[in-house]
Design a protein around this ligand. Structure first.
Ligand code: C2O
Ligand code: CU
Length: 489
């Protein structure tokens, strides 16, 4: 009877998947309410909004009835959603109750390198780290996750990740669904491999592109549904997987893409699906009719010419989240917004670029080098606008991320990017054998010692050394690329 119900549900959802057809991703029943990560509490003293996060162990029912040992912040899996306003001073007390060293990186955040939470800011077991900075960038869906060198894949895979939402004048005045957890819903998509005892396993053993799991979870549960009570719902999509790339959309309707990694687009763009590599985010608005049910799914991903042996099941189609509309829906406006009052200061101009750097990515190196925590790879002057020409030289994909900045994709093999890559980005899927020209500005926070990271966000690749270190220094500083006695190996 359950199988029949599943078939009926699949047909009702207009999904073409045939139970029993070859697919490396399991199709669960969509019977569990989507857990929404709670908004993190904070206290404001002397103008500083302070959050607390504790990394800890626990167990989670990723699959119903199966207790899986996991890690989370302030709970067994994932972490609370931090939220702050442009211009606010924030601090986070990060405590580590694990018995291994971790770190917490604020992915997408513009902030001093000492606050960045990369490999140079470890948090020891029992230790606490207290970064503080001022939010100085547009409203966006950012996220946080560990970044201990060589261990990032495992820490994220076990469950350490959360969202960090930023608001500003434009996002507050926008005609967009904004009731957190109701019509403005975070959706963290991840894939897992569970062994017979329900334990998480990494199966990569060095293979490409890393672990591709047959259990797909949203916000930590497989087979989730969200009860929709409004005519439109905004999904803040995060690909929090270690290796898998998704192409998220609906079989029976288009969505309005409203934001990419670093914030709102100039205007909504109607799309059928949006491809997200590990680390990328997209905000989409979906329209619903009363009483109907539909499913967010990952369509077969156009990996951009990845040689078939390397795709390794990374391009199946499968459902990830069911949306169930109530019989009566509260009205929602058509998505629209006006530019922020900061738009001019935030804008990047290609003609301002004074430096071009090239980065060649092969299987596991960037410009022929693997990560060395004691070596500085690039030195940029604070205030400079640069073009980074990033070339994926092999027939396998990568996902390129730069700390501290939001960049613009100028061109891909000389062509203008598609609309979903035309907004502010901090991470971009690199199709095989293509060249991406990225425009970015290192606005603030010179530091002669501590670098920012740039790396592949396919976390196995990152851990295996596909990462480099960038210093942002005052013009005229004598810091140069090379071994640095200031940085411990
Ligand atoms: Cu999301 Cu350097 O990472
Ligand atoms: Cu990679």
């Amino acid at each position: 009877a359950t199988a029949l119900a599943a078939v009926v549900a699949l047909l009702a959802a207009g999904c073409g998947a045939i139970p029993g057809s070859v697919s490396s991703v399991d199709e669960p029943e969509f019977t569990r309410e989507l857990p929404v990560p709670p908004l993190a509490e904070s206290t404001v003293t002397d103008g500083v909004r302070t959050f607390r996060l504790t990394a800890q162990e626990g167990t989670t029912e990723l699959l119903p009835g199966v207790e899986t040992p996991t890690w989370g912040f302030d709970g067994p899996y994932l972490g609370p959603t931090l939220r702050a306003e442009r211009g606010e001073k924030v601090a986070v007390e990060v405590a580590n109750d694990l018995d291994v060293t971790t770190s917490v990186h604020w992915h997408g955040m513009h902030l001093p390198a000492a606050m960045d939470g990369g490999p140079h800011q470890p948090v020891e077991p029992g230790g606490t780290w207290r970064p503080t900075w001022t939010i100085d960038q547009p409203a966006a869906t950012l996220w946080y996750h560990p970044h201990p060198h060589g261990e990032t894949e495992e820490h994220v895979y076990r469950g350490l990740a959360g969202l960090f939402l930023l608001d500003d004048d434009a996002s507050r005045a926008a005609d967009l669904p904004r009731e957190y957890g109701v019509d403005d819903v975070p959706v963290v998509v991840q894939d897992k491999v569970l062994d017979d005892d329900g334990r998480l396993v990494l199966t990569d053993d060095g293979g490409e592109p890393g672990t591709l799991g047959g259990t797909v979870v949203t916000n930590g549960v497989a087979g989730a549904y969200h009860q929709v009570t409004t005519e439109r719902v905004r999904l803040r999509l995060l690909n929090g997987s270690t290796a898998r790339t998704y192409s998220l959309g609906f079989a029976d309707r288009d969505v309005d893409l409203v934001a990419t990694d670093g914030g709102l687009l100039d205007a909504p763009v109607r799309l059928d699906q949006v491809r997200l590599a590990p680390g990328e985010r997209a905000e989409v608005v979906v329209a619903m009719s009363p009483g109907e049910t539909t499913r967010l799914r990952s369509a077969e991903v156009d990996l951009g010419g990845v040689a078939a042996p390397f795709a390794m099941g990374g391009n199946d189609a499968f459902d990830v989240l069911e949306l169930r509309a109530a019989d009566e829906l509260a009205p929602s406006p058509e998505p629209s917004w006006r530019p922020s009052e900061h738009a001019a200061e935030d804008a990047l101009h290609g003609e301002d670029a004074t430096v071009t750097r090239t980065f060649d990515l092969d299987e596991r190196t960037i410009n022929g080098e693997r990560m060395d925590a004691g070596r500085i790879d690039e030195v940029a002057a604070v205030g400079s606008t640069e073009v980074w020409e990033v070339r994926n030289t092999i027939p396998m994909p990568h996902s390129f991320h730069v700390h501290d900045v939001q960049f613009r994709v100028l061109t891909i093999d000389g062509q203008a990017p598609p609309p979903e890559l035309a907004g502010p980005k901090d991470t971009v899927y690199l199709e095989p054998r293509r060249t991406y020209r990225l425009l970015m500005r290192f606005e603030d926070y010179a530091d002669d010692v501590l670098p920012y990271m740039y790396h592949c966000h396919m976390l196995l690749h990152e851990d295996q050394g596909m990462m480099g270190q960038l210093l942002v220094v005052e013009p005229g500083s004598d810091a140069r690329p090379g071994p640095s006695e200031h940085l411990s190996g």
